[in-house]
Design a protein around this ligand. Sequence first.
Ligand code: AMP
Length: 547
Amino acid sequence: MLGLMQDQPLLISSLIEFAERHNGDAEIVSRRVEGDIHRSTWREIASRSRRVANALDNEQLLFSDRIATLAWNGHRHLELYYGVSGSGRVLHTINPRLHPDQIAWIANHAEDQVLCFDLSFLPLVQAVHAKCTTIRKWIALCDADKLPADSGIPNLVSYEAWIAPYGDTYAWPSFDENSASSMCYTSGTTGNPKAALYSHRSTLLHAYAAALPDVMNLSARDSVLPVVPMFHVNAWGIPYSAALTGAKLVFPGPALDGKSVFELIESERVTFAAGVPTVWQMMLGHMQANELKFSTLKRTVIGGSACPPAMINAFQQQHGVEVLHAWGMTEMSPLGTLCTLKNKHLTQSQEQQTAIRMKQGRAIFGVDMKIVDANGTDLPWDGKSSGDLLVKGPWVVKEYFKGEGGDPLVPDEQGRGWFPTGDVATVDADGYLQITDRSKDVIKSGGEWISSIDIENIAVAHPAVAMAACIGVAHPKWDERPIVAVVKKPGCELSRDELLAFYAGKTAKWQIPDDVVFLDAIPIGATGKILKTRLREQLRDYKLPGV
Ligand code: AMP
């Protein structure tokens, strides 16, 4: 017997309709490429996204056609999020930090029909446009009078001129909720990138889950700053969860330096912010140097790579801001776990609470996870057994776009498919996940594993260290030994021996790195994460002392 409830598909257009009707006055504030602060509302975003939909219809674009963006976080990007997906097309957010050849490859692989870009990416578009064979319309996200006269891009039109002829009357179409809504290519440190293709259903379920109290806890009382880019896994779903809750949105545009982000938090009375550790490192550095304090910020989600305990402590203890450490990946839309305390932790000491907050957190409803050994056998949740992490759930990929890479899922005894994350983790008895490493970054020394994340966390807790990356180096007796590459804070002195002495008592003796390599910079990839492959290449002639 089937239930007798209305069969209404979960569609992204329902989010913007809801935001307009119930929270139409809530603000959308954007720092733009032009440098100004632009003010809009959910009502206006809804109206302009319908004009985008009309403009797309007029271009004879078909259902599921891909519309690409190369854009910062801003109101026009948000209008495209809703106008493109709401009208049944697929929003392809391209990461502008990728190499131009990779961007052209991705645009061709996705068969993008239209590319909308911020003017700061004009040089990039000029470099790639001739190689992008499927794109037939180029749109600059700017006012008509800002369009460069001789861009060299055929028939380039400004976004404002493009939508100007159209009214905001548009009936969002209804279709299968499993239809594709947006796509994002993985960073692809090896081989060609592969695309996660999200659906309306997966996006809506993720938006519901992300807004829950024990997840991001979003509400119409929040002012939300996604520093995490809209070109990387849909800014962790915040543009959708904010519409669902009616939160105010604040977009930083291209200004991601510590000073600009801090000023925006203060001027827009931001209560909730989300970003990767490198961005917060810059902001905390700026605040420390200028003795600044937050007046409104209450919570921040930090994820994308491991959040060092020193950062958790700085936010919590110096600024009274709750850190919600989160783990996820492009293939998971991206949220998998988020770290909030349980009732029983509230009476524990600050130190004990920090030890929990350092973990990547508990599974969000909808995400099922397990850790397995090399034979695929389930490992216990005891906080000690470390194994490969697998996940499944309605917002986890089942395969990549165009079947690239074959079937990625690993079946269990009941034939259910699990996605192998490539991460190595422990889970404790309370269900808190702790990522020890990417499987390819784990250091194997004398048959034992050393977590590069642990080694890095200790290094960045040293007051003279700005950034640290730990890699394994071949060793004749132990297979591999860890070394740590370090960038010093400006004006700080630190010797190899001082840093190695700092490890004493903080980790087992045999896990202490064999050496320290001081660098001016550590290579960072397109999503703000340390590029260990590049670092290993850079240090390929390095020899361990005494070997
Ligand atoms: P991406 O798909 O580019 O977002 O990368 C996902 C990967 O980033 C994960 O598989 C993890 O290896 C890593 N990652 C994400 N969040 C965290 C975190 N909180 N701690 C450690 N690693 C993380």
